[in-house]
Design a protein. Structure first.
Length: 262
């Protein structure tokens, strides 16, 4: 058992990994995430040389983080002090829920980030710890995103269309967009488009578009001297009342709140 987390990447060779009562076969390109207090073992399969770059990490810095070492002991062999080092497992629950075994269709860019962290940590140039943490945040985010998308196979097959819609919505912040227009553009039914977009980005295309428009409106209210009516017209709202209603629904306050605050 380990106190914090370990991310292991199978670069070469094959392994059998047992975590608690579950057994997994690890092939090149696979990731394994060992979590605090999980019993686990690794066994080499075959005679092919095995390379396993890995990272030990704490998700959150704590006062005793500098004291926590890597454990190679069974829990029965640990001292009272060592048992106090076990971290709370936050990677088994939303929003950062990750499984123990991960297999993605394109692990190359994840592999690169992992080796970049190891290189930075090995070279130990000035401010290397900050650099390593920065790359790790990118790696961790990428793992979360890849795992999220892997649970929704239809999203992956339509990913390019969904990204194109997202970019289009950003470009059209100054007018209303209809769901029919987006469906025609992607050759998807309205129902299918809403479902896929919500799975990918957590909201419908129209909700996302409104979020963009209100975000732009907030900037104009705060950092320009244009009237609220002018801003409403600039962003394609039919009148100030419609603009204020949508603004308050999306942001929780009326647009005048930011003008007074400024």
């Amino acid at each position: 058992m380990i106190f914090d987390y370990e991310l292991l990447y199978v670069k070469e060779g094959e392994i059998e990994v047992t975590i608690e009562d579950a057994a997994y076969r690890g092939c090149p390109g696979d990731f394994f995430l060992f979590k605090p207090r999980q019993r686990h073992s690794i066994r080499l399969i075959g005679s092919v040389p095995f390379r396993q770059p890995h990272l030990h990490f704490d998700l959150y810095y704590q006062p005793d983080s500098e004291d926590v070492k890597v454990s190679f002991n069974m829990i029965e062999q640990m001292t009272v002090q060592e048992k106090a080092w076990f971290r709370e497992d936050t990677a088994s629950y939303p929003p950062m829920e990750l499984p123990n075994h991960m297999r993605f269709s394109n692990p190359a860019y994840l592999e690169k980030m992992m080796f970049d962290i190891i290189h930075v940590f090995t070279m130990k140039m000035p401010f290397y710890e900050t650099e390593a943490k920065g790359i790790f945040v990118q790696l961790w985010t990428a793992l979360l995103r890849e795992q999220h998308l892997s649970r929704h196979e239809p999203v992956i097959s339509h990913w390019e269309r969904l990204v194109r819609i997202k970019q289009y919505l950003h470009q059209q912040a100054d007018r209303d967009i209809s769901l029919g227009e987006l469906a025609e553009m992607t050759h998807l039914s309205r129902y299918h488009l809403i479902r896929l977009f919500k799975l990918a980005f957590g909201m419908t295309p129209i909700q996302y578009h409104q979020l963009i428009r209100i975000g732009k409106a907030k900037e104009l209210v705060q950092y320009t001297t244009e009237s609220l009516t002018q801003i409403a017209e600039q962003l394609g709202f039919p009148n100030i009342h419609s603009f204020s209603r949508v603004f308050k629904k999306m942001d929780g306050v009326a647009p005048s709140f930011y003008r007074k605050k400024n």
